[in-house]
Design a protein around this ligand. Sequence first.
Ligand code: PTJ
Length: 243
Amino acid sequence: MIPPDHPRYRSLVTRELLAESARKGIVSLEGLTAHGRGESFDYFIGERTTESALLAERTAAALLLAACEPVISVNGNTAALAAREIAALQKACGAKVEVNLFHRTEERVNLIETLLRSAGADVFYGRAERLLPLSHDRAWCRREGMFAADVILVPLEDGDRCEALVGMGKTVIAIDLNPLSRTARSATLTIVDELTRALPNITDACKTLSGAERGRLLAALDNNYHLSEAIREMTKRLSHALD
Ligand code: PTJ
């Protein structure tokens, strides 16, 4: 039992949720280490949404709303941490929600789809095929889903697939706390923020952005700006820690 007055209460509760999800088979054991890496980068940005991340979240909303075939890709960590937030974003932007796993088994796909449905998401399912140019199992997706997407949101992605999706001509929005990762550097737009803070901000922006604001955000999209602002923020905090 974690006492609510523990200074790291939220972080400890989240870890417990992920550990429990790993025991159920939703999160992979590797997903637990990925979360630890994310936590360390979150420390460096002060565990809050920075100004540049919020701008990236609003730009992500503009991209999703402008898309013809938007898709939200969901893996084990994303489902465990944010199934309800995924369902809310789907309602706000009309994207398909499709499960795509690195450590893929049919059992995990089914568990994650069931969790998403119980949170209110309308999960895109059907026969998966090896359609993406990758040698690992993230290549499996649906022809009418991810394969046909023009804009795809990929929280906690690995660099290989992000590069492959961009290479296929897709607009890729990544959510990744590590601004140095291959994913962050190869995506069209990277949101350097924690998943459960980023998703509600994108959903809010989907509901409130005017047509003119959307146009301005799309015209100003510059991923290098978001990455360098995130690195600047982290460097600033680290150097203040020495004061
Ligand atoms: O469920 P599966 O089988 O598809 O596996 C999923 C994992 C997460 C294991 C897989 O995609 C993976 O190995 O990811 P990576 O390459 O470790 O990348 C995950 C990235 O997400 C890292 O750069 C982390 O810093 C970042 N990250 C981790 N947790 C969060 C996060 N970013 C935002 N919010 C988080 N909560």
